[in-house]
Design a protein around this ligand. Sequence first.
Ligand SMILES: *Cc1c(COP(=O)(O)O)cnc(C)c1O
Length: 394
Amino acid sequence: MTVTPNVREYAAGLPTDALPAYVYDLGALRVHAAAVRAALPAGVELYYAAKANPEAAVLEALRDAVDGYEVSSAGELAHVRQVAPGAPLAFGGPGKTPAEIAAAVEAGVHRWHLESVQELYQLAAALGNEQQVDVMLRVNVPVAEGSLESVALAMGGRPSPFGLDPSDVARALELLAGPIGQQLRLRGIHAHLGSGLSAAEHLAVAEQIVNWSAALAAKHGLRFDEVNIGGGMAVDYAEPAARFDWVEFGVGLAKLLDRRPELRLRIEPGRALTAYCGFYTTEVLDVKTSQGEPFAVVRGGTHHLRTPATKGHDQPFVVVPVQEWSHPWPRPSATGQISLTGQLCTPKDLLAQGIPVAEVRAGDRIVFAMAGAYAWNISHHDFLMHPHPNFLFI
Ligand SMILES: *Cc1c(COP(=O)(O)O)cnc(C)c1O
């Protein structure tokens, strides 16, 4: 299934004292990213949203497939700059501090994604009089009702702290038509409206963003040469084999560009690029049955892999059986619909609930798949002061 044979074999051979470990299949990541790139037509730029997984080896493995990286803090900016020197960066995110703005000016980012009218003033004030930068206005672009119905997380299409409200855009354009526009060159509109969109849904949203931005430009007598349609390509944790249809998406974007050949589209996926390359690998410490329901307690838990707790899903996993049992006491085991929990003293430390298994025994390995995005880096590592996992790359 979702656990590559390489990873399965590697996990089976890991000694107990190497666990838990995040195992990254960088070869699989390179193949996946190259396939995504190949599916996109000319005229579409691919940026990786670093916040999904900023692990240096992951950023490096993506370097050949991506045009640049999207960063959302001075920390990400400095980190990505160091790991991928020279790669174009887009700098976005709400609540940019003066220090962050200064750092991004200094770094010379390729595109600024400005999220409010105040940010236009702030950026202009941070620039020297002769200095020019390229900006996109992030807008909570209005989309038809139902366009974002299926999304797991909505950043737009409703009241939101992200981007400019459409009613503020005229004010921003007015400023850009004045002296501030000497420093801030407006390249187009950016919209990242939701996470969890299928290819067809994303294309429908993209078309609305492109049309809205063209109408805006026409109304104000401007020419936008770029539109950034964001990330949010779906990853289905309940169906690990189902993947976002990049081929369908690429064909749809090509059609969109056929009608507007002057336009450059940019996308900035995070999750759908890296989710599949990470495997949180651990061992079963104990197995017990409580009021008729079996539980396996694993080494580690949601303080390392918070994704299932935060998204409310069962993290997909496989059991890798280990034959040796060197203890003199009976080996704890269970069959049937088991829940996998961690070492934290909270009922929220639940990795998967009621999943049918042939057998789980203390000492068996568990490999959790789809742990390559919003996994370790969103987890509350130090709660309960257990050791951090290992990070291994194959
Ligand atoms: C988080 C984020 C992304 C990436 O979203 P995914 O759901 O991981 O694809 C892209 N753009 C912006 C502005 C973001 O905040």
